[in-house]
Design a protein around this ligand. Structure first.
Ligand SMILES: NC(=O)c1ccc[n+]([C@@H]2O[C@H](COP(=O)([O-])OP(=O)(O)OC[C@H]3O[C@@H](n4cnc5c(N)ncnc54)[C@H](OP(=O)(O)O)[C@@H]3O)[C@@H](O)[C@H]2O)c1
Length: 230
């Protein structure tokens, strides 16, 4: 589907991959709405200046995402593409060293944020009879990794949800896509950069591949991009 005039919602769109995706979708002619938790951050003002609507909504609060979906439909009449991108990470640690209390937050954002976003979009897309839900997962949803147990677990859970939802919309005009990127150079690692950060992909490269896929007549359902993906 060509992006021109499409209504695209991106969760977690003030930094990193989400922000780059928002800017690229806008360049391709889409009407773009992003959300993030903190409307005080510079990202909000910067995006608004460029013509991207930025709304305060926390993906761990289902009501806030339902409100976002309703607002978008009231204003633009529909949602063509909803991208569940918001995510957090924990620094690499072996299992005994993981802060498992913080891992609950990881599940709240990476799993339940994806669930609430998908459900909010789904309800409006079922009424419309069309629409595409895109879940940004990770290669950590496909294979276990030493020192990344909590993050992998959150992404595996979100993947299980995504693949199940895909089966639930079979036979309709709704589509559920999954994106599995390897390392990307973003603010996700502000607390502590992984050792091989220098080998990670640029957000513009990953966003470009995602938009290219979305614009295909039949997008790939599973887009896997390892760090050495060319
Ligand atoms: N970077 C990588 O190497 C990599 C690799 C594979 C997959 N991914 C996935 O790609 C997605 C984007 O990550 P990124 O690297 O671009 O991270 P990032 O630079 O840290 O950006 C994350 C975005 O999500 C927002 N966010 C975080 N928690 C939120 C919440 N509860 N509600 C609403 N928004 C929230 C952040 O804004 P606020 O904090 O202001 O809310 C920010 O805009 C994530 O799902 C991540 O797991 C990243």
């Amino acid at each position: 589907m060509k992006m021109t005039d499409k209504v695209v919602v991106i969760t977690g769109g003030t930094h990193g991959l989400g922000k780059t995706l928002a800017e690229l979708c806008l360049e391709h002619g889409a009407r773009v709405i992003v959300c993030a938790r903190d409307d005080e951050n510079e990202g909000f003002a910067e995006l608004e200046k460029r013509g991207i609507m930025a709304i305060k909504a926390d993906v761990t609060k289902e009501g806030e995402l339902r409100g976002l979906a309703d607002m978008v439909v009231d204003r633009y009449g529909r949602i063509d593409i909803w991208i569940n991108n918001a995510g957090i990470w924990l620094p690499h640690e072996p299992v005994e060293g993981v802060d498992w209390a913080r891992a609950h937050d990881l599940m709240e954002v990476n799993l339940f944020g994806t669930v609430y976003g998908s459900k909010s979009a789904l309800m409006r897309m079922r009424e419309q009879g069309m629409g595409m839900i895109v879940n940004i997962l990770s290669v950590s949803a496909l294979e276990g990794r030493a020192t990344s147990s909590a993050y992998c677990a959150s992404k595996y859970a979100a993947n299980g949800f995504t693949l199940s939802l895909r089966k639930e919309v079979e036979g309709t005009a709704l589509r559920v896509l999954a994106v599995y990127p390897g390392g990307i150079k973003t603010e996700l690692y502000d607390e502590k950069r992984p050792e091989n950060y220098g080998e990670y992909m640029e957000p513009s490269f990953v966003a470009g591949k995602i938009v290219e896929n979305l614009e295909k007549d039949v997008p790939e359902e599973d887009l896997i991009m390892r760090s050495n993906y060319k």
